[in-house]
Design a protein around this ligand. Structure first.
Ligand SMILES: NC(=O)C1=CN([C@@H]2O[C@H](COP(=O)(O)OP(=O)(O)OC[C@H]3O[C@@H](n4cnc5c(N)ncnc54)[C@H](OP(=O)(O)O)[C@@H]3O)[C@@H](O)[C@H]2O)[C@@H](O)CC1
Ligand SMILES: [K+]
Length: 514
């Protein structure tokens, strides 16, 4: 699914109106009807009090439409107009008139703190104050209203975007954003929904299809791509009937040090489970028995050193190398990295201490093999590119880094973002249970295993992250978030493959919705 900027959505809006020969009021009615249907399906006529807070732009207009439709269907609705400006949009005014035709209880005009209504915890708040037209930080009593609504225990449903949040630019005031329990967004999710600093305001979201012009949506380059099951299905490369183990490559995993040999075990197993034909683990001597016992399928080469890696040498041509998991920061290990990067042209997956070693020895940056995949978590990323001002600044810096060094960067997080040049791919699978030791080692093994099978570095990253997340979701479904361990995620990679083409069990899944 594509993520568009606010500007692109306004353009889509304009083109849709022209091509479908409808008015902007018709389009708003379409949007409001979708909102109404979503609520009606869930409330089923329940007389729960619904408080709709409308701004004075088109987001407020959406609020008025859904308010009118709810009133027409007998719901218990109070509509408020948040008088944040003397202006009124055309569609707001048209729908303001229309709502007066269906109720004697006209919208209540709010001008200040004295107008804040009493809201009970069982009520529903619909937030239609600001949408993607927010052009400055909410202040004064409007900010106080947002805070007042945030303090309420009532369920908060945001229309299009929580008020106070910009769809694709940095937030100035965290105290002036509505914290929604659910967001219903039109046509395409917004970038702010996926970034660590702002995703929490959105909570869960649904995308409501308002039939914007398909040709425009299809032909327009988005600001980011969302990766869910339909995309992952397209990335999957079928296994050949007459393939042999050589067809699926020979991955080399360079990992482990004394006390951290588990990292090597996990990434080697993950490379196998995702489908690598052969995997060799290169480990310090102390890892020999551990590896041979834990994964008899793997071949093992040991370093000359007992407890850490000092010189990586092997006598075959790996199709991909995954390096860094649990290797520590010994000087000899840094020298080994340097030599390995210098001598190799095949793509690497570079993780954990390999990244930290690069950050502390910036001369290694120049040696990074092109098309390598770097998989930092936020701390490792900071050490690599320096501090950032906000999430958008971070994305810009990572794009520059990716372009300069011609590498793929995987920014790990609740929504892991893969950056390649100026392109962003946001993963949707995965869950909080996966925040557990070794989960990252598993991911590195997965990406290395896919690279070794011939997936290109970008596809191996984007597809691998989806599969890793999906295996995590399957695991959480079996045992709950708390019990998930990295080994379980790896064990479920097979289930994740089966799930990729399993028949959908729900309508939402069938529609490819989130
Ligand atoms: N595009 C689509 O596909 C569709 C879009 N639709 C809907 O339209 C929404 C966008 O509507 P929109 O453009 O009218 O902007 P919106 O967010 O209502 O607010 C703008 C108003 O707020 C004001 N204002 C801004 N910041 C402020 C502040 N801090 N403090 C105080 N005031 C502030 C600003 O006032 P001004 O700056 O002019 O004084 C302006 O009047 C979109 O989110 C979706 O819900 C659907 O109906 C159909 C399809
Ligand atoms: K809103």
């Amino acid at each position: 699914m594509k993520i568009f900027s606010a500007e692109q959505l306004y353009e889509a809006d304009k083109i849709t109106i022209e091509k479908q020969q409808i008015t902007s009021e018709d389009l708003m009615e379409r949007a409001g009807t979708q909102l109404f249907q979503w609520l009606h399906q869930r409330l089923n006529g329940a007389p729960v009090p619904i408080h709709i807070f409308c701004g004075i732009g088109d987001n407020g207009g959406d609020g008025l439409v859904v308010g009118r439709l709810l009133i027409e269907h007998g719901y218990n609705v109070v509509v408020y107009v948040v008088n944040c400006s003397d202006k009124r949009s055309k569609n707001f005014l048209l729908n303001y008139d229309k709502i007066k035709n269906v109720t004697k209880n006209w919208p209540i005009l709010m001008k200040g703190e004295n107008d804040f209504p009493k809201i009970n915890s069982e009520d529903i708040i619909v937030d239609a104050i600001f949408g993607i037209g927010l052009n400055r930080c909410p202040g004064g009593w409007v900010k106080k209203l947002i805070q007042y609504l945030n303090e309420s225990k009532a369920f908060k449903l945001a229309i299009d975007i929580p008020s106070g949040l910009y769809s694709n630019s940095p937030l100035e005031d965290y105290e002036a954003v509505l914290k929604a329990n659910h967001t219903l967004t039109f046509q395409a999710p917004k970038l702010a929904f996926f970034l660590p600093e702002t995703a929490g305001f959105v909570s869960n979201f649904d995308v409501l299809d308002i039939d914007l012009d398909l040709e425009f949506l299809y032909n327009t380059e988005p600001i980011a791509q969302l990766i869910s099951k339909p995309e992952a299905q397209r990335f999957y490369q079928t296994r050949e009937k007459f393939g042999h183990k050589g067809t699926y490559g020979h991955a080399l995993i360079v990992a482990g040090s004394y006390g951290k040999m588990g990292a090597a075990v996990l990434s080697t197993t993950a490379a196998f489970r995702i489908g690598a034909g052969m995997v060799t683990a290169f480990v310090p001597k102390c890892g020999y028995n551990i590896l041979q016992t834990a994964i008899p399928e793997a071949m093992v080469i040991t370093d000359t050193e007992e407890e850490f890696i000092s010189t990586v040498s092997f006598d075959f041509e790996p199709s991909a190398i995954g390096i860094g998991m649990g290797i520590g920061k010994n000087k000899a290990t840094v020298a080994a990295l340097k030599k390995l990067f210098k001598d190799s042209e095949i793509p690497f997956v570079i993780d954990a201490d390999a990244l930290n070693n690069i950050s502390e020895n910036k001369e290694l940056l120049k040696l990074l093999p092109k098309n390598s995949v770097l998989t930092p978590h936020p701390g490792e990323l900071k050490r690599l590119i320096g501090e950032w001002k906000n999430d958008y600044d971070k994305l810009e810096e990572v794009k520059k880094f990716s372009e300069k060094h011609e590498v793929v960067i995987v920014i790990k997080g609740a929504y892991t973002i893969t950056v390649y040049g100026d392109k962003l791919y946001i993963n949707t699978s995965g869950n909080p249970g996966m925040a557990t030791a070794g989960s990252g080692d598993a991911l590195s093994g997965v990406i290395t295993g896919l690279l070794s099978q011939g997936y290109d570095p970008l596809l191996a990253s984007v597809f691998g992250i989806y599969m890793h997340g999906c295996a995590g979701d399957i695991t959480a479904g079996q045992m709950g978030y708390e019990a998930v361990m990295a080994g379980d995620i790896i064990d479920n990679l097979g289930e994740a493959y089966l799930d990729l083409f399993a028949k959908p069990e729900t309508d939402n899944e069938a529609n490819g919705k989130n």
